[in-house]
Design a protein around this ligand. Structure first.
Ligand code: NDP
Ligand code: GDR
Length: 370
């Protein structure tokens, strides 16, 4: 592969890898997403210069980082670049301009259900996009200088083969999203072995927060509870309420990503809580925050959740939210991360649900005033 060498690259390549890393320059794809926003806060706090790739959009898409971003003249250590994981030339250009010491590849079409509707696009962004970014690093000549984090996922496990799922559990993805991420996982592993790149897969189980996208189930529920409690919504429509997930707090998981890139050797790690809960349980806990007990009736598509005190139906199941192939149970074993990274989650399930519901109540109140 030919290498694009600019004057800047030649200057930094004359540094030893230790001197190069001391520059502390991070490049984040997916900076406008849930994880990207928390990671930016974390890295700025640690003294990094943070560069993020954002997509051109006709509507505002930088809401999650609005509190961090200032004009470059006021905050020179945070820079946004227009780009896309489908655009190789653009990625090469950005990597050669930024000369990052660490790259966090968080950008993705990250919605599992949407991946069935947009399978090819999801494969292009989530699978080939990872390859494009890795090749951009090589093209610029930074193969042995950059440390690379890949946002791998518990969706790789898909169909239950064993529980809890650990770093040695075989993969069996159950969606175009999972399959695309499988390609990304293996291309990261291959480039680590083939070119000696410092590249890590963080196999992260579900992590949530008040910044979670509104169409993921936890946030959909927390928003609905807020709206229902304020009399602005009647009923919440859901899909498979029996699915089980290992839900942690996004802020905890960000630290784990960074820790992976600070080790002596590149490796793959699971980040998880080691607990699993059903979507039903999440609903029950969420309604409990506003003092409501939910009673369940019916089966399959006829499931409804009623308020115990009023008998009002607050939850109904709509099969349109079912997936053609579902991941029934995720439960991660974070022992390796505990032992080698010294990583542990801090926020438990009850606190996570409460934080999300209270944040959405506050948000709904502010919206009502405006
Ligand atoms: P989000 O959906 O909140 O954010 C995804 C980000 O990717 C957004 O910034 C989005 O930009 C960007 N993006 C989408 N398409 C492209 C593209 N073509 N080129 C460049 N950027 C793009 O995801 P999360 O923050 O929750 O997750 C971060 C990563 O971690 C994702 O890769 C996800 O698949 C993975 N992951 C997430 C888990 C979770 O539970 N949250 C668990 C395991 C893995 P825009 O704002 O413009 O849409
Ligand atoms: P997931 O998250 O698919 O695990 O992927 P999501 O919150 O979308 O679904 C979790 C479970 O809830 C069930 N469910 C519903 N899901 C949604 N979105 N909407 C509903 O109305 C609904 N009702 C029930 C789903 O069927 C599923 O079983 C997330 C994403 O962040 C991925 O990018 C990431 O890789 C994985 O977590 C780990």
């Amino acid at each position: 592969m030919s290498t694009v060498v600019s004057k800047n690259v030649l200057e930094v390549l004359s540094l030893t890898p230790e001197e190069y890393r001391k520059r502390k320059v991070a490049l984040i794809t997916g900076i406008t997403g849930q994880d990207g926003s928390y990671l930016t806060e974390f890295l700025l706090e640690k003294g990094y210069s943070v560069h993020g790739i954002i997509r051109r959009s006709s509507s505002f898409n930088t809401g999650r980082i609005e509190h961090l971003y200032k004009d470059q003249h006021e905050r020179p250590n945070m820079v946004l670049h227009y780009g896309d994981l489908t655009d190789s030339t653009n990625l090469v250009h950005i990597v050669s301009q930024v000369l990052p010491t660490e790259i966090y590849n968080l950008g993705a079409q990250s919605h599992v259900k949407v991946s069935f509707d947009m399978a090819e696009y999801t494969g292009d962004v989530d699978g080939l996009g990872t390859l494009r970014l890795l090749d951009a690093i090589r093209t610029v000549g930074l193969t042995n200088h950059v440390r690379f984090y890949q946002a791998s996922t518990s969706e790789l496990y898909g169909k239950v083969v064993e529980t809890p799922q650990s770093e040695t559990t075989p993969f069996y993805p159950r969606s175009p999203y999972g399959v695309a991420k499988l390609y990304a996982y293996w291309i990261v592993t291959n480039y680590r072995e083939a070119y000696n790149m410092f590249a890590c897969n963080g196999v992260l189980f579900n992590h949530e927060s008040p910044r979670r996208g509104r169409t993921f189930v936890t946030r959909k529920i927390s928003r609905a509870v807020a709206e229902i409690s304020l009399g602005k919504q009647e009923c919440l429509w859901l899909g498979n309420v029996d699915a089980k997930r290992d839900w942690g707090h996004a802020r905890d998981y960000i630290e784990g990503m960074w820790l992976m890139l600070q080790q002596d050797e590149p490796d793959d790690f699971i980040l998880a809580t080691g607990e699993t809960h059903t979507v039903r349980e999440y609903c029950e806990k969420a309604f409990a925050v506003v003092g409501k007990t939910i009673l369940w009736e019916g089966e399959g598509e006829a499931i409804v959740g009623k308020e115990e005190d009023t008998g009002k139906i607050r939850i109904r199941v709509d099969p349109k939210y079912f997936r053609p192939t579902e991941v029934d149970l995720l439960l991660g074993d974070p022992t390796k991360a505990h032992k080698k990274l010294g990583w542990k989650r801090k926020v438990d399930f009850d606190s996570l649900v409460k934080e999300m519901v209270l944040a959405d109540i506050e948000g709904a109140r502010i919206d009502s005033k405006n």
